[in-house]
Design a protein around this ligand. Structure first.
Ligand SMILES: C[S@@+](CC[C@H](N)C(=O)[O-])C[C@H]1O[C@@H](n2cnc3c(N)ncnc32)[C@H](O)[C@@H]1O
Length: 308
């Protein structure tokens, strides 16, 4: 049985064409591709690639200036943070959440937009595997080109489950019986009609947005659309720790904000979304609220001007 696409590049001794991530004594990373006869140059001397070809991962190489570098293959989270970017990438912590909470499974039929630099596309392709389907839509041809190069460099060539279409999702989405749709774009609410048509009953829409205003607009538009269940919205924060003897504390620096995630599931055709048991908080849809769902919410008793 042949190995899944890209798997052979992730294990065994280093080979020509592999990506190598070096870590210097200060913990800084440098990534390059192994080529026969080439040298890797640093401020503290160089070493030949040939020293690593055939060596096991986790080897240590020394430059001519006697500085030791640890050599490992970059993991996908390392790779997406170091690859060339067109647009901002989905960070590994959010990619992990998307894979788990949007329930991405081997063989799944997934649609994604936009593609940006291809970070999330790579995570999705790894999760669905060669027998899944990922159809990605990106409105900018230049970003689609960068993403293609990034994804192909990671998998060592084209991925059999991947199709990339240049254009707006809402105008081009042609897939049916889609299990999962992942939106990472400015205005996910513009895509709801197309997404709803594409998703199977029970299918999941997952949106990743950068601001609270986008999150609120998307949630209200999903409710208003009427073909999804009640959306869930959340964010995650990851705080790394310094652990050294008695100095055990959170690191001083952290990435404080990346984005918000939300999910909702497609109802069966012709089904009315069940009424929410809880009434909206008082004032939630008061006179200052002008977004989607205002009339419905007012009718269900949520229009008081009190603070929610
Ligand atoms: C933040 S980037 C996506 C990053 C990507 N998920 C990654 O992990 O590298 C957002 C992208 O969505 C694209 N975009 C915005 N609206 C779109 C739409 N309606 N259809 C297709 N692409 C869209 C933009 O051109 C941009 O490249």
């Amino acid at each position: 049985m042949s190995e899944p696409t890209g798997a052979a590049r992730r294990r065994g001794p280093f080979k020509v064409g592999d990506q190598v991530q070096l870590t210097d004594p200060k913990g800084r990373h440098y990534t390059f591709t192994l080529e026969e006869g080439k040298s890797f140059h640093t401020h503290k001397g160089a070493f030949p690639h040939d020293e690593l070809i055939g060596a096991p991962e986790g080897s240590v190489v020394r430059t001519t200036g006697n500085v030791a570098y640890l050599a490992l293959r970059p993991l996908l989270p390392d790779y997406v943070l170091s690859m060339p970017r067109g647009a901002a990438v989905v960070y590994p912590k959010d990619a992990g959440q998307i894979l788990a909470m949007a329930d991405i499974f081997p063989g799944a039929r997934v649609v994604e937009a936009g593609v940006g630099s291809g970070s999330l596309s790579s995570f999705l392709l790894r999760a669905i595997g060669d027998d899944g389907m990922l159809h990605s839509y990106e409105r900018r041809a230049d970003f689609a080109e960068i993403a293609t190069q990034n994804v192909e460099r990671y998998f060592g060539g084209p991925h059999p489950a991947w199709t990339l279409t240049v254009g707006d999702l809402q105008d081009n989405l042609s897939d049916a019986d889609v299990d999962r749709v992942i939106l990472d774009m400015l205005a996910p609410w513009e895509c709801l009609e197309a997404v709803s048509k594409a998703l199977v009953p029970g299918g999941i829409l997952c949106a990743y947005v950068a601001t609270t205003t986008q999150m609120a607009r998307t949630v209200e538009a999903i409710r208003e659309h009427g073909t999804f269940n009640e959306p869930s919205a959340w964010e995650t924060m990851v705080r790394t720790w310094h652990v050294e003897g008695l100095a055990v504390r959170p690191d001083h620096r952290m990435i404080g904000h990346t984005g918000f995630l939300l999910t909702a599931r497609r109802l069966a055709d012709g089904v009315e979304p069940p009424l929410r048991r809880r009434r909206p908080a008082k004032g939630a849809y008061g006179e200052d609220y002008t977004g989607p769902g205002k009339d419905q919410a007012a009718a269900s008793g949520g229009s008081s001007a009190e603070r929610g």
